[in-house]
Design a protein around this ligand. Sequence first.
Ligand code: SF4
Length: 463
Amino acid sequence: MNSINEKKFDLTLDNKEFFNAYGRNKKVGMSTLGCRVNQYETEAMAEKFIQEGYDIVNFEDYADVYVVNTCTVTNMGDKKSRQMIHRARKKNNSAVIAVVGCYSQIAPDKVSEIEGVDVVLGTRNKGDVVYWVSRVSYEGKKIVRVNDVLKNKTFEDLKIDEYQKRTRAFLKIQDGCNRFCSYCAIPFARGAVCSKSPDKIIEEVEKLSHNNFKEIILSGIHIASYGTDIDGDWNLLRILQEIDKVKGIDRVRIGSIDPQFFTEGVIEKMSKLEKLCPHFHLSLQSGCDETLKRMNRRYTTSEYEKIVYEIRSAIENASITTDIIVGFPGETEEEFNKTYDFLNRIALSKMHVFKYSRRSGTKAADMPGQVDGKIKDERSSKILELDKKLEKKFMNKFLGYNMDVLYEQEIDNDGTYFEGYTPNYIKVVTRCEKALDLEGKILCTQLESTKDGYIEGKLKKFI
Ligand code: SF4
């Protein structure tokens, strides 16, 4: 505290300079649940703590402050969020615990009642986390600050200047969603669509390029809506075209995207982008039109299928992955079988399967025909089994190919075993004959044999 307290501060409640500096030299452990947007935001919060003199430590270690960045996409998200809060409390009973993100946005009262929670912030005020953490230490009473995100349409510009990892960087370009799929609580947690300004995106991409990042992943809650809320005729395709011009970045990947983004001509234009990775996570959710309608998804299976084939014919080696929900209210055996058959036919390279989770406040929560948990388990297992088969089939197509792999991390600690990803998101694991430093490098690798969920590779060139 020393010099901070000695300095003359105006201790009005809004004096951020004082409160930000209040916890200098303290340790912060951070935990992230859920999506890439949360990962980005945790990294941005970590940077704010570092800028104010805090040290970031592992969440499992002893810390003075714990930040839990929560998720509420399923009941499991809520449960895990609560577990992380308890875990933090066990590590240090007198630590300041700040809970931020989607779960605290939707259920601030429930979260603030959890023993040990000191600060509760929603989804659009994570940028002030250092201030609130320090202020709670000063005032000694619980702070709950959750804005009405349905009214707040401003993009919270959480910028990252110094990424903790130096290989690929998430860049949040958009927040919020106006779609209101009948099962989803996210629009209530994240609010309306708001986009990061194109100038700021390009500025951040240039900075990442300058700092030697090889890949950036554009993420958001509904990135297909990028630009719809800002002036100047901006959309995702246009921002991708601008990013493509930035020198230095090798790869640009896009996060989960609504199939409806791919209107006439978009795929062809995307195929011309040099840096765009041929990997598209097109969220499908169900392969049955009746179920899709109840889900309030705004496309049909035949429209989805057409997009899949168009992408495959326009973009070489394209990988298409998806999310599937099983056991949505009213999903009969016949409807599930339609989904299964559809998935089997379009043969995507990876499927993430979720068992429908009832979210209060959503339309689907009150729908008749809620599906029994055991049936959901069985359906989930069937799709997972299919996924294994299709994933292997997709990977096998590339055996013998030489592909560029961006090596992200070492698996062992002896410098000889690394994992990374091809542009079309095949995980490659490579063992070297001697200790090397492959992290952050893009290297031509021969794809040799398929294993469970990855391919074993061999470096083509000795480095
Ligand atoms: S598109 Fe649907 S599933 Fe995705 S965030 Fe919006 S409401 Fe939720």
